[in-house]
Design a protein around this ligand. Sequence first.
Ligand SMILES: *[C@@H]1O[C@H](CO)[C@@H](O)[C@H](O)[C@H]1NC(C)=O
Ligand SMILES: *[C@@H]1O[C@H](CO)[C@@H](O)[C@H](O)[C@H]1NC(C)=O
Ligand SMILES: *[C@@H]1O[C@H](CO)[C@@H](O)[C@H](O)[C@H]1NC(C)=O
Length: 427
Amino acid sequence: MLLCRPAELPGPTWLLLAGLLLPFSAALEASGPLHRAVGSSVLLPGLQNITHSRSTRWEFLSGSGPQPILQHHGAVLPPAIHPAYTGRALFHPSNGSLLLEDVQESDSGTYRVTGDRESLEIQLEVLYPVSRPQLWASNLVAGAPGQLVCEVSEGRVDSISWRKDGQPLAPGRVSWLSSSSSVLLLSPAKRSDCGSYSCNASNGISWQETSLEVTIEGLSHRLKHTLRMAVVAVVFAVVSAWGLIIPVCQSQKLRIRGELWRWLSCYTCGLVCMACILDGTAGVLWMWEEGPSVAVILPEITLSYLTVVTFLVAITAIFQPADFSHLKSKKAQRAMGYAAPGAVLAVLLSSSFLIRSIYRRHEGGCTRFMDVTVLVASTAAVVALPLLAIGLCYQRTQSCPQEQDGSWIDKVSFEMSEPGPKDTIPS
Ligand SMILES: *[C@@H]1O[C@H](CO)[C@@H](O)[C@H](O)[C@H]1NC(C)=O
Ligand SMILES: *[C@@H]1O[C@H](CO)[C@@H](O)[C@H](O)[C@H]1NC(C)=O
Ligand SMILES: *[C@@H]1O[C@H](CO)[C@@H](O)[C@H](O)[C@H]1NC(C)=O
């Protein structure tokens, strides 16, 4: 009422009054928004001095202006409730509070209660509880950038907090992807990033937490293939080394000869050739991932050369046994005698270098090293079979040399069985 004629007051009195009124109006603001879950009830407190108010009015302040909820005049008449709220708004005349039942998201907003002289505004937020966050990691490889994503499908999310092994993560490492998902960037992923991560999504009424055990792979897919190739190359080289060593260890008289010797040489050279190819490819894959280096390029050149030589020898042994027998000239023999063992050695050296380098790379992550036992065992079994077969045939020719020699020469139409002086079949 005083405020109706403010102009009549002298300036300083007006200022003084405003100063007095300030704490009063501040007292009328509710402390913070009320949070409620969808479907629950909320008790909106009335004015403190209700006993001194003859009338009370509750309104909902929406975008389109105040919308009446109820009007109460004195203690005699029952409160007039707006049809939109009948059945779910309960007014307590004793203290002026309003109970709203079964609140929905659309009920979020500001409520105002007005008495005779004062009014109070209350903020209400009606929320769905947050659902359990989904926490997943991209393919995490040591040295490459990766990310962990925490996403909440339902419910408005007010905050997402991250922890690693129980310790809160610095908020700077985390960024929001959208209003309901948060991403933790690992750039690049390191061994120290391995551990148990959890993300806690919360809003005013609820929170949910999900954890994920995060491991960083030391090796990319390409390096795993590189490792497999290098391992298979080693197995090929070792098996063909047996094919080279066994005839040398046999005594001159019992040495494997003729057709069997041709097959043995052919198979051994073929195997060495494949080992060279595999090892060379593994080296190329390694450089593709790690960049070129002299330590890989030099063996690559050697391996290419040895691939060609062993390939030619193997091909000659299959298709031109005549030429193959001519190979037994001193020069050719030396080339052959050195090419295959040299290739075996080259493959073993460069493969072990590659495998060691790959093992070092693997230590950048925290997974276990790739298990290659099955690969080694199965490859060895498969490639050793022809050697075994040749060995068995040899055993048979040894046990019944008469019969074998005869049929051997009859069957074989190759010039090949016309061996050089060194390889004359004893008759
Ligand atoms: C007002 O009164 C009702 C019952 O008369 C009670 O349930 C409610 O808690 C009271 N409200 C406040 C804000 O005290
Ligand atoms: C309640 O009303 C009385 C008289 O109208 C006033 O003196 C008192 O300050 C009011 N109390 C509150 C908490 O507003
Ligand atoms: C998740 O966050 C909420 C809100 O910040 C907090 O109350 C709750 O304790 C947190 N949960 C865990 C397990 O830390």
